[in-house]
Structure formats: C-alpha cells, structure tokens
Design a protein around this ligand. Structure first.
Ligand code: ADE
Ligand code: ZN
Length: 375
C-alpha cells in the first residue's frame, strides 16, 4: 500500500479502466492450477528456471528486458487457458479485484489469435468472457465491454479473417460506433491492435481498420509504446483510430515539433491515450515512474486514463498505478477528480452510464476535498 495521505481517497475514487489485457491478468497461481487441470506442460525448469514455482515466475516478471521478452512469457502462460470456464474464471478474478479498487467500468482487451493457434475457438473465448462480464455486472455492479485485439506480429490477412469471423457470428451487432443504435449492447465493443510493436507499422492494418470503420465498429490501437511518435500519427491518419493505447511517444517522442503538433491534435480531436505507468517501467519504456510525463499531459489538457495493462506481470492493478503516480507527483484531490472524469468521458459506454459514474466521482471528490481542506 502506498504511504500517501491520499491513498484512501485514491482507493475510493470511482474508476474506469480502458487498457487491460485479460490474459495479462493471469496470476501465476491460476496459471499453474489451470496447467495442472488440463495436463499442459509448461517449459521445463531445466530450460527456464522461471517455471520452477510461482515465486520464481513472479521474480522473473520483475526482470523483463522489454516488450518482446514479456510477450514470450505472456503467450506461454496463455497455453493454460483451454475451455470457456477457464476464461470465465480468469475474467471474474480480474473483475473481483477491479471492483475492490472501485473500478466502475472496464474495457477489456483479449487476443483470440493466441488461442485459436492452439485450437481454442473464438466462440469458446467469447462465451467464457461474456459469462464473466454478465456476472460482474450483476454481482459487482461493474459494467464492461470486450475489445477484440489483432496480433500485429501475425499476417494482416489473418487479422481481417478474424474480424470477418467475429462479424459473421454477429458479435458486433449492428456496429458499436453509434450511441446504443439498437439499444442492445453488442457482444464485442470494438477492435484493437497489440503485440510486438516494431517492425509492424500501422500501414499494415489499413484493410482491417477500413473494414471495421465501414461496419461501424469502434477502433483503438497500441502505438508509441516502444515504437516512434510517427506510429501514433499513422494510427490516426491511416487507421482512423479513435483512441491510442499507450501513446507515450506523443509526449516523449524526441522530436519536439512532431510531439507538439501531435499533442495539439490529440487535444483538438479529444483522442484519449490509455496510459500504463507500471507497465512502462517494467518494460523499460521508462526508467522510473518519475519519468512518466504526467505533468505535461495535464498542462497540455490531453485526455488520458491510467491503467494496468497486464497487472499479473507488472506489479499492480489500476489502484497501484494511481498510487505509484501519487507517490511521485503528489497531485491534489481535484487533479485526480479531473483525471477520473476524463477517463469516464473517453469511455465507450452509453452516456447514461457515463453520467452515473461522473456523479459518483463528484460525490467522492467532494467529500475528500472538504475532509482535506482543499478547494
Ligand atoms: N499485449 C499484452 N500487453 C501488451 C503490451 N503492453 N503491448 C503490446 N501488446 C501487448
Ligand atoms: Zn497493452
């Protein structure tokens, strides 16, 4: 637990999470349990000592050398997810943890291609995740949407085929881009693009994103995590992405003229960055949380949210990310209120749900600002 005076406020603050890979919430305990259940052999500890125990694996997770090193462990761990009940259990564990940190709405990524490659169908994954979403809303009061990600290290045509499969199954309904067009929430709320960033530039994905746009499906894309600021520009120009996941290089891109123009564009077009400080440190995109460009984002008025990315791997869920920032940047209640509200406004839930959460945030921030003597 962080030692800041605001810790109880940060815990109580209603939150929206937009950048959380459900497979990245697979804790080592559940990984070993599911592997045993299905008789799946994880790599031998003689080959990789990280697989000797839960503790050894956790320790290894503290020493990633970069995105691809992490992704190696991430894809191996997924091999333990086999049937719909595994996905339901995984997602319920996340929703339960998120609810305990006052997440009120979550937009959750999943990677179907990493499962279909092992013979686990899209429908199996969607069935398990949907069961968890419905339970989480009923039992925990968390609303959520699922965002189907395409892996950028695989051929673009396979991403298009996956999109067509999901569309053919009716998972996108009549599209997710409109405001509750047919009153019924589609099974999938959008598409995303993840996995190794370099050397897979946005230009490879124009067909997929064009098809999604045409079908009225919402679009986000990882960009500017390890890759250059230009990947963010191209995701906006070529893919018409409506949100950018990470987007760190929009602020820390090196070339001041490029980043200045990009930041202005993000503000003008209200494009939200879904940022993940603990992930950035674990994957060595930043040396420390102190290098996270929080002040610049706030000063420039960029819309952003703070998220956990792959919480089982990066040392914390959403609250631990908020706390890590607070320990360094010592924000006020009102500043956190504005961050939390920005996250609501950038969410893809219905307006009605946004107003509910905004009201909850105002109530909590109001109480705490009075209690702490802030204006
Ligand atoms: N898949 C899961 N986590 C990811 C990350 N941080 N970047 C790209 N792809 C991912
Ligand atoms: Zn991510």
């Amino acid at each position: 637990m962080c030692q800041t005076a605001l810790h109880p406020f940060l815990a109580a603050l209603p939150k929206c999470e937009h950048h959380m890979h459900i497979e990245g919430s697979l804790e080592p305990e559940l990984l070993f349990e599911l592997a045993a259940k299905h008789g799946i052999a994880l790599p031998s500890p003689a080959v990789d000592p990280a697989y000797a125990s839960v503790e050894a694996l956790r320790q290894r997770y503290e020493a990633f050398t970069g995105l691809d090193d992490f992704l190696g462990y991430y894809y191996v761990a997924m091999s333990a997810l086999v049937d719909a009940s595994d996905f339901e259990r995984l997602a319920m564990a996340y929703f339960t943890r998120a609810a305990s940190q006052n997440v009120r709405h979550a937009e959750v990524f999943f990677d179907p291609q990493a499962h279909s490659a092992r013979g686990v169908s899209l429908s199996t994954v969607v069935e398990g995740l949907t069961a968890a979403r419905e339970r989480a809303e009923r039992e925990l009061g968390i609303t959520s949407i699922l965002i189907m990600c395409v892996l950028r290290h695989l051929p673009p045509a396979e991403g298009v085929a996956l999109f067509e499969e999901a569309r053919g199954a009716g998972y996108f309904g009549s599209g997710s881009d409109g405001e509750e067009r047919d009153q019924k929430q589609p099974v999938l709320g959008g598409i995303g693009l993840d996995s190794s960033e370099k050397p897979f530039p946005p230009a490879l994905w124009t067909e997929l994103y064009g098809a999604a746009k045409e079908a009225g499906v919402r679009r986000t894309a990882h960009a500017g995590e390890e890759g250059p600021a230009q990947y963010i520009v191209d995701s906006l120009d070529m893919l018409d992405a409506q949100r950018i996941d990470h987007g760190l290089r929009s602020v820390l891109g090196g070339d001041e003229a490029v980043t200045d123009a990009l930041l202005r564009r993000l503000v003008d077009q209200k494009i939200m960055l879904t940022l993940c400080p603990l992930s950035n440190v674990r994957l060595r995109c930043l040396e420390s949380v102190a290098d996270f460009p929080l002040r610049k984002l706030l000063d420039r008025g960029v819309r952003f949210s703070i998220n956990s990315d792959d919480p089982a791997y990066f040392g914390g869920y959403i609250l631990e990310n908020y706390c890590a920032l607070q320990e360094v940047f010592n924000l006020s209640v009102r500043e956190w209120e504005s961050i939390a509200k920005g996250a609501v406004m950038g969410s893809w839930c219905a307006d009605r749900r946004k107003w509910e959460i905004l009201q909850e945030i105002e109530n909590v921030a109001g109480e705490w600002s009075v209690g702490l003597g802030e204006q």
